[in-house]
Design a protein around this ligand. Sequence first.
Ligand code: AGP
Length: 372
Amino acid sequence: EAAEKGGHASFMEKEILEQPKAIADTLLGRTDEDGKLVLDEMNIDPDRLRAIDKIIIVACGTAFYSGLSAKYAIEHWTRIQTEVELAHEFRYRDPVVDDRTLVVSMSQSGETMDTLMAVKHAKELGALTVSICNTYGATIPRESDAALYTHAGPEIAVASTKAFTAQIAACYLLGLYLAQLRGGTYAEDAQAVMRELAEIPQHVDTVLGSMDRVREIARFMSDTRSVLFLGRHVGYPIALEGALKLKEIAYIHAEGFAAGELKHGPIALIEPGQPVFIVMPAQDSPYDLHAKVVSNIQEIRARGARTLVITERGDEAVRPFADEVIEVPRTSVMMMPLLSIIPLQVFACELATAKGLDVDQPRNLAKSVTVE
Ligand code: AGP
């Protein structure tokens, strides 16, 4: 097993470091020489895809958060209404689904029973089902109309990391492909976005190479009992995923919130010394979102929060209110989640390791949940 870990303390640590390759391999071979997306492997009649008027992404846990992250871009690029729902909730309500609905399931293992049941239900209702999956030939892709595989390689650690970023990349491919097929404003942009996406593995590598301070903070915080995570827009699902990682492997009470929701309740939790991670939106985000989150940081800092801010390089506006600034390379708005999740994965992994916990096999959890 030590050999399989390749000299790393845990599979999770190894898999975090494998993300540049996981994303690059997921993008590989999916464009032609002009940079146009080619997803023939899905084998779906393009006319069926052109007719789609609603997308529902179904998944559980980390895969659900990757769907939430991708929703912003998919809806923006395709102009198709996109919902993201926990598979076990979708299955047992009465969802509005017909043959113009595309149900995208997201699953690393391809064996999650809740997600499988949701896919079967969607098929019964007449939806077109596409499985984004990391395990070739698993049950969910076999039961779906089409599969788009992530090529993250086997993920051993119970806490999902490289599958998460690869899932976002695959969702982006699907979104851009739909935009390209359907024409319209974002069809022309698809190639430019693909070029940005192609640069992400390099940027992830840069982030991974600058994590010493994050590891130090994690070790220093190993007896912390509660950590909050705030994010807005594409940063919101990242806050949720950062909190899940900490709960799962470090057994620390962690909560993710939409930054705009603070004043509707969660701000009451802030007391002196409360650590809060803030996942900043890109500086050029629409609707002044960046400035809005800076003002959230001010509000919680004034109440004594210890603010750990993940933001783009060169973001001077946050500095006066940040106890720690964790920088990632500058990219476009939609690419940011692929970078800002990295410090949160490293933080959870290092903190759990510092606590002496079994990072790869956290208590009460299984890698693949094959019961409902
Ligand atoms: C992730 O860290 C979790 N262990 C868990 O939430 C997982 O993502 C979820 O069970 C879904 O698994 P899947 O991707 O294999 O369907």
